[in-house]
Design a binder for this molecule. Structure first.
Ligand code: OTD
Ligand code: ZN
Ligand code: ZN
Length: 346
């Protein structure tokens, strides 16, 4: 197969940042994707309906005129979140979901939740109104090894929480382990999971063997090969439980390549080419549309996009820029480690 037509994709987990970085990275997404769930981990974070409305306006102002794009806003859950403000943000259509970051789990997550007990009333309210909770599923306990943090989170936080509030709709964001795949599969219709492009491609050898690769450093950290294979199986299975959340997370080169480099990989610009490559390798191109364009909207109760895109396989490798420019400095584009041949045509 050398041409594949699919419904226009959506990105169910994206970091757009703010200011000049927002203006630099947004077109890479809005060129190809119709909608994206926009992460609220700005500094300071997007906590209230008012914050979300203002951020949405800044995003809308940065969309190139020729692109149609809808940002789906999220609120950052804190132990002080006001349940009425959050419920109103959802029922009025301003906000699509709420993001749970365990405090300290990832970039700009210091205002996150320290003790889940303190947010139970808000989560119960969300369950009542059907508002999805998007979870960064890693414990931050110092004793727990960074490679085990997802599995421990599932056992000690997520599973007890779902038993306590079974009607809460939950998305396990950017799962990276077999345990994450198995847990998502074991849940009812209230549970789903996003998978990133880079976790389908990288294992921890790519990060660490032959010299450290700061451009492959992200959270949750890339795992061993058996976990990567489990993710590939899940993503290409067609199961409605799994859909794309790129977690494209731009940082300037200076902030990534230094003594304490930031976590995050900028994949927005070549994600669809990478995914077509992965799905073709797995003999599952017929499942790509479900992963990028159908399963996400179905979980969120939205219609899939009407427009289509074509993925066209060329004979010669496609050249993506190695970096994109921002006023704050260059941002390195994800290098999948192989040449890309699938090009998006709209
Ligand atoms: N992971 N980097 C970032 C967020 C994600 O956990 C995440 O969602 C970021 O830079 O905002 C990252 O590695
Ligand atoms: Zn996260
Ligand atoms: Zn993220």
């Amino acid at each position: 197969m050398s041409r594949l037509t699919i419904r226009q994709p959506d990105d169910w987990h994206l970091h757009l940042r703010d200011g000049s970085m927002l203006r630099s990275v947004l077109p890479s997404t809005s060129e190809t994707f119709a909608r994206a769930i926009v992460m609220p981990n700005l500094v300071p974070p997007v906590v209230t309906a008012k914050d979300a409305a203002a951020y949405k306006d800044r995003i809308l102002a940065a969309i190139p005129e020729e692109h149609g794009f809808t940002p789906l806003m999220t609120l950052y859950l804190t132990e002080d979140t006001d349940a009425d403000d959050l419920a109103h943000a959802y029922t009025s259509g301003l906000v699509t979901a709420v993001k749970l970051y365990p405090a300290g789990a990832t970039t700009n997550s210091n205002s996150g939740v320290r003790n889940i007990e303190n947010v139970i009333p808000v989560l119960e309210r969300m369950a009542e109104i059907g508002m999805p909770l998007l979870v960064h599923g890693e414990v931050t306990t110092h004793e727990v090894d960074i490679f085990d943090r997802e599995a421990v989170f599932i056992d000690t936080i997520l599973d007890p929480l779902r038993r306590r509030i079974p009607s809460l709709r939950v998305v396990m964001e950017h799962i990276t382990t077999k345990q994450g795949v198995d847990y998502a599969k074991s849940g009812d219709d209230n549970l789903a999971a996003t998978i990133t492009t880079h976790h389908l491609i990288l294992n921890r050898n790519h990060l660490l063997v032959g010299g450290i690769r700061p451009d492959y450093y992200c959270l949750p950290i890339v795992k061993s090969e058996d976990h990567r294979l489990a993710l590939r199986e899940a993503a290409t299975s067609g199961s409605p439980k799994f859909f794309l959340g790129t977690d494209s997370a731009p940082h300037t080169e200076a902030n990534k390549i230094c003594a304490c480099g930031c976590a995050g990989i900028f994949t927005a610009i070549n994600t669809m080419s990478c995914l077509a490559h992965v799905f073709a390798e797995e003999g599952a191109l017929d499942k790509l549309e479900a992963f990028t364009s159908l399963n996400g909207p179905a979980f969120y109760g939205m219609a899939p996009n009407e427009n289509t895109i074509d993925l066209v396989k060329s004979d010669d490798p496609i050249k993506f820029p190695r970096q994109i420019w921002s006023e704050d400095g260059p941002v390195t584009v994800f290098d999948p480690g192989f040449e890309l041949f699938w090009k998006v045509e709209k």
